[in-house]
Design a protein around this ligand. Structure first.
Ligand code: GAL
Length: 377
């Protein structure tokens, strides 16, 4: 089964946009393996828009850009596979992609076959220039074309949340659906996109996940979606932890060749990834929500094996003391149980906390914990 848990990988768009080529992509494959990203779970290397020639060939097939990919796309796919990674590519449900390259409208079965032949494992399918107002049919058609292609290909729909995609993506054979417009490397963008999906997370789960967009962690203002200096390390922590708690796919967007130690440690944080990849794939409860009377968010998730995740998010510009009284998650103070708690960032065991758990959370930062419910004296 594909997408049992949220898909993980790297995508070329955030950093490189149209400036992609064989050498850069192959170097990224090297870094994904050598720097431990594959081991951490990031298995898909995805080439986004701008990889093809502007014209199809005489038979109507897509052709890789001769200058960017002089040895063709199968050569790149073979290299990626030889590294133990999976290979992803991009197309669009209109006749043109968003950047004006040939899209798959009217060529769905032909393109799916071409993708299968060169060894594609993942297709990101964009939403530009499609001919009718509704595009549910276009996505359903490509889902079927991929199934008919003879290869198992993960279907990543990128329709930016149009037509309440969370309500119909699962029934159209889609494995992950972009629920938002494009992310930018700013805290404002991170908060705006993630806030917008809080009401929709109940639809997300095994086989079909809500994709809040690719990560900007570590971009630091560089690249294709950079904004001035980007975000602080604390804000990137907030971003990554939120994507993990929300079960969003984790598609890295920064240049892996130049990342800092902090970025590397964050993107490969085992505890946070384990929450994102929890096999029960249950969406979070919002105990507190900064969309209402509060200026912070407390997020609680049921995990496999009787464990729980608790996360505190402080988007404000002031340090905060935040408390979770357990009656807010339905536990009576006299019930005789407390939470045995471990900090997911420091790995420290914090012992058993009864009746409530309170933490300090710095401005624009978060704290994330793994908890077990235990009998408490
Ligand atoms: C946008 C999409 C981006 C990127 C871009 C390529 O529509 O949301 O993630 O794929 O197109 O042109």
């Amino acid at each position: 089964m594909l997408a049992k848990t949220p898909p993980m990988g790297w995508n070329s768009w955030n950093t490189f946009g149209e400036k992609i080529n064989e050498q850069t992509i192959m170097e990224m494959a090297d870094f994904m393996v050598d720097k431990g990203f594959l081991k951490a779970g990031y298995e898909y290397l995805v080439i986004d828009d701008c990889w093809s020639e502007k014209q199809r060939d005489k038979k109507g097939n897509l052709v890789a850009d001769h200058e960017k990919f002089p040895n063709g796309m199968k050569y790149v796919a073979d290299y990626v596979h030889a590294k133990g990674l999976k290979f992803g590519i991009y197309s669009c449900c209109g006749p043109l992609t968003c950047a004006g390259y040939p899209g798959s409208f009217g060529h769905e079965f032909q393109d799916a076959k071409f993708f299968a032949e060169i060894g594609v494992d993942f297709l990101k399918y964009d939403n530009c220039y499609h001919p009718s107002a509704s595009n549910k049919l276009g996505y359903n058609r490509m889902a079927m074309a991929l199934k008919a292609s003879g290869r198992e290909i993960l279907f990543s729909a990128c329709n930016w949340g149009n037509e309440k995609v969370w309500e119909w993506a699962r029934s159209r054979g889609i494995h992950m659906y972009r629920s938002t417009g494009d992310i930018f490397d700013s805290f404002e963008s991170i908060c705006r996109l993630s806030e917008s999906q809080k009401p929709n997370l109940g639809y997300s789960g095994t086989g079909c996940f809500n994709d809040i967009d690719m990560l900007v962690v570590g971009m630091k203002g560089k690249g294709n979606v950079g904004i001035e200096s980007g975000c602080t390390d604390a804000q990137y922590r907030y971003h990554f932890a939120m994507w993990c708690m929300f079960m969003s796919p984790l598609m890295i967007g920064c240049d892996l060749r130049t990342i800092s130690d902090e970025t590397h440690a964050l993107l490969t944080n085992k505890e946070l990834i384990a929450i994102n990849q929890d096999e029960e794939a249950r969406p979070p409860i919002f105990v507190r929500d900064n969309r209402g009377q509060h200026d912070n968010t407390i997020c609680f998730r049921h995990l496999a094996n009787g464990e729980y995740a608790i996360a505190f998010f402080n988007p404000s510009d002031k340090d905060k003391h935040i408390m979770l009284p357990y009656y807010e998650i339905g536990l009576d103070p006299l019930c005789g149980y407390g939470f045995k708690i471990r900090d997911c960032f420091t790995g420290k065991n914090l012992g058993v906390h009864k009746e409530f758990f309170d933490v300090k959370v710095a401005a624009g930062d978060c704290r994330v914990f793994r908890a077990q419910l235990v009998k408490a004296k």
